[in-house]
Structure formats: structure tokens, C-alpha cells
Design a protein around this ligand. Structure first.
Ligand SMILES: Nc1ncnc2c1ncn2[C@@H]1O[C@H](COP(=O)(O)OP(=O)(O)O)[C@@H](O)[C@H]1O
Ligand SMILES: [Mg+2]
Length: 409
């Protein structure tokens, strides 16, 4: 068979099976919501609070905010929405992910992003509003432009700070704010970031800079641990709870509607029971809902089905559980992974004493590891009379105790 035709035919057959499911495409892609907000559901009170923070900042009382919640709850999506909302109002906005952790690298990123997201247009020229400053801006831009090439640039930190100050105080319109959005801010809670946080302190006092930090539920505690005064600089905490049941249904419905071929019913190709199961099992976590729907559709395509029922959803949940479990295992240190595997051997739950005996280690060593794993949310604690049992999370159970588990224990 001609290999070129073969590829074409295979691609076509996917399209046909997609049509059998009454879908034009698989609408469950795992990406933060960006400018296109037609899939965004709920979050009314959080949006209102953000609006209020913004309003207050525009009138001289800046209160920086932390947006906190578990993985996949929608923090990055929320930051993206703030980005577009504030951009539309003409503020300067920069979006950064806290992976560049030395203060110098962070400053370089910040400066560069302020330039390219706000002052330079797509074709590389300076926006007309800032023409009078063109010489100095261009100079900075040139200096930073080879940043991406990893070419070491000569740009001392004092100089960067001075340039930043100049941009924000002299170039930016006084009525506008400079909004800094920092995703995955948990990186800042590392000891190695202390000097960055210290730098940030002075920065967060500025009247026309408003910062939003997105991170895990323990973000503020972790930041405070390495730098107590940070708490006063980030007085607002926006907690992202799970979506309600109705919002979860709404999320699925909207995505399906967008992908439906003419004449499809609301939740097709899912059966009612299948949808109920997804909403029930995913605990209102948007990423989990999306991934389960997406995986269910993939399975249905492979099996050439017309309908997705509970059994397919179960299969999808199981696959995902295992893949998340693998990710967790990869994330654990060898000592931690030895412990969770021992927990599996002991039936999925164990006390410190049992584990210490089983692994022939001191209870205090085991206890330290367990509390680290517990902090990361990969195991649970349960008290039974006088004993505290540590239990594997659902994901770790799936991968360590699952039926088709091929892992060497
Ligand atoms: N309010 C929402 N409505 C619809 N989809 C959402 C919502 N919040 C998040 N999502 C979706 O859930 C997934 C995870 O969101 P994301 O913002 O990446 O979470 P986080 O940054 O908290 O881990 C993304 O695919 C995103 O599109
Ligand atoms: Mg995120």
C-alpha cells in the first residue's frame, strides 16, 4: 500500500468516527482560557473581587492579590482574563511565569515583557504614544532582544532597576497602572528566592503597580515562611473553590455545543449517566473534567463507538488516574517513592510504625518523609482509635494497586 495514501486514509477515518460521535472535533483541549472566553463559566464572585481590586488601585489604593487554588482549578485562566481585561482598559500588563528565579533574570524578563507587551508594536516599532522616549526605549529593547538567544548581555542590575523605574514613572501615562501577573508563584517560596522577594517588597509599595500572584493553596504561608513581611504586601487572597455542579455541566455543554454537527442533542455523544458520572467524579475541577471528557472521546474513537456511556467514562478515569499516578511517582524522591510502594504492599494504608518495621528504617525518618508526601497532597491521614493511618491518594492507588498494574513493587 502507498504510505502517503495510507496516512491520508487513516486521517480520514478519524474524521468519520468523529462524525459518528456527532462532533466536528474533540472540543476538550487542555489549555488555559485565553482571549476567547466563550468557554469560561462561573467565577462571578472572584471576578467581582478582581474588579474591585482594580478599581481601588486606579484610585490610589493598591492592594496586591494572591489567586490560590489546587492544580487545574483555573488560576492561569483567571490571570489570562485579568490580562485581557486590563489591557482593554489601556493599562500596561505583563504576564510572567515564575520559573526564572534569580532576581536578575526575573528583572530582565519583567523589563523585556513590559517593552514587548506594551510599548513595541508587532512590527517592531515603538507605539506612537511613546515616541518622545523612543531613543532610550529602543536602546533597552536592543539590549534585551538577544536575551532569548542566551547570549550573556551586559546589563547590570542597577541599570535594569533604573530603566524599570524610568519606564513606570516617566514613560507610562499617570492614569494607567502597571499590572504584573505572576503565574506559578510557588517558585518564589523557595529559599533561593529570598533576595527576589526582598527586591519585590520595595516594588510592591509603588502606587501605580498592581501585582497578582497565582499559586497553590499554601502559597501565602510558604511565602511568609521565607519572608514574613510579604504578607502585608499581598493583602488580598482570592481563593478559587471548585466549580458547582451546575457550572460543571455548563462547562461540558458549552464545549460540546461548539463542536457539534447539526442536529446533535445537548450532551451527545455522552449519555446522561456518563455526564453525571463525570461531574460526580471530577469534584468541580475544570482540568479534571476536561481531561476525562477528552480521554472518553479518544477511547470512543478507538473503539468506533457512537455513544459514550458510563463504562467508557470509567475506563477514561482509570487511564487518567494511572497517568497522574505515574507523574506523581516521577515527582517523588527515591526515598519517598520507596515509602509509597511499601504502603501499597501493606494494602494502601499504614501507620508510621508499620512502615518503619517493613522498611527497616527509624520511625522518625519515615515520619519526615510521610509528612513531606502528605504536604504535597499525594497521601491522606486518617485516625483510627489511637493510630494514625496514612492512605494512598486515589491516583497513587490506581497506579500502584490497579488491575493492569505492571509496576515492579
Ligand atoms: N472558569 C472556567 N470555565 C471553563 N473552563 C475553565 C475555567 N477555569 C479553568 N478552565 C479550564 O480548566 C483547565 C485548567 O485551567 P488552568 O487555568 O490551567 O488551571 P491552573 O492554572 O489553576 O492549574 C484549562 O483547560 C482551562 O481552560
Ligand atoms: Mg496554571
Amino acid at each position: 500500500m502507498d504510505p502517503i495514501e495510507f496516512i491520508q486514509q487513516s486521517a480520514c477515518s478519524i474524521k468519520n468516527t468523529m462524525y459518528k460521535l456527532k462532533l466536528k472535533y474533540n472540543p476538550f483541549s487542555e489549555k488555559p482560557i485565553r482571549g476567547n472566553t466563550k468557554f469560561f463559566v462561573g467565577r462571578v464572585s472572584e471576578l467581582r473581587e478582581i474588579g474591585e481590586i482594580l478599581g481601588a488601585a486606579m484610585h490610589g489604593s493598591v492592594a496586591n492579590a494572591a489567586i490560590v487554588g489546587t492544580k487545574g482549578i483555573g488560576k492561569s485562566s483567571m490571570l489570562n482574563i485579568i490580562y485581557y481585561a486590563t489591557k482593554k482598559q489601556g493599562h500596561w500588563v505583563v504576564e510572567l511565569t515564575a520559573s526564572q528565579i534569580t532576581p536578575r533574570q526575573f528583572l530582565i524578563q519583567l523589563l523585556y515583557n513590559i517593552l514587548i507587551e506594551n510599548l513595541i508594536s508587532i512590527n517592531g516599532t515603538i507605539k506612537s504614544d511613546y515616541m518622545e522616549h523612543s531613543q532610550r526605549i529602543l536602546e533597552m529593547y536592543k539590549r534585551l532582544n538577544n536575551y532569548g538567544d542566551k547570549v550573556p548581555i551586559h546589563y547590570p542590575r542597577e541599570r535594569i532597576e533604573r530603566d524599570l523605574e524610568y519606564l513606570i514613572n516617566d514613560v507610562k501615562d499617570e492614569d494607567k497602572l502597571c499590572i504584573i501577573l505572576i503565574d506559578e508563584a510557588d517558585q518564589f517560596a523557595k529559599k533561593s528566592c529570598l533576595s527576589l522577594l526582598q527586591f519585590f517588597h520595595s516594588f510592591l509599595y509603588e502606587e501605580n503597580i498592581l501585582a497578582f500572584f497565582a499559586g497553590s493553596p499554601t502559597l501565602m504561608d510558604d511565602l511568609t515562611k521565607i519572608s514574613p513581611p510579604i504578607k502585608d504586601r499581598i493583602p488580598k487572597i482570592i481563593n478559587m473553590p471548585p466549580l458547582s455542579k451546575d457550572e460543571s455541566y455548563d462547562l461540558i455543554r458549552r464545549r460540546l455545543e461548539d463542536a457539534h454537527i447539526d442536529g446533535a442533542d445537548t450532551f451527545e455523544p455522552f449519555t446522561e449517566d456518563a455526564i453525571d458520572m463525570i461531574v460526580e467524579e471530577c469534584d468541580g475541577i475544570p482540568r479534571k473534567i476536561i481531561m476525562t471528557c477528552s480521554e472518553s472521546i479518544s477511547i470512543a474513537i478507538k473503539k468506533h463507538l457512537r455513544k459514550i456511556d458510563e463504562n467508557i467514562v470509567k475506563e477514561a478515569l482509570h487511564h487518567l488516574g494511572i497517568s497522574v499516578g505515574h507523574q506523581i511517582l516521577n515527582h517523588l524522591t527515591p526515598a519517598q517513592s520507596e515509602i509509597v510502594k511499601a504502603m501499597a504492599k501493606l494494602g494502601g494504608a499504614a501507620t508510621v510504625t508499620q512502615l518503619a518495621e517493613y522498611l527497616n528504617k527509624s520511625p522518625s525518618t519515615i515520619g519526615t518523609h510521610l509528612s513531606d508526601i502528605y504536604e504535597m497532597g499525594y497521601i491522606y491521614k486518617e485516625r483510627d482509635k489511637n493510630n494514625v493511618y496514612y492512605k494512598l491518594s486515589k491516583e497513587l492507588k490506581d497506579v500502584l494497586l490497579g488491575e493492569d498494574n505492571e509496576l515492579e513493587l
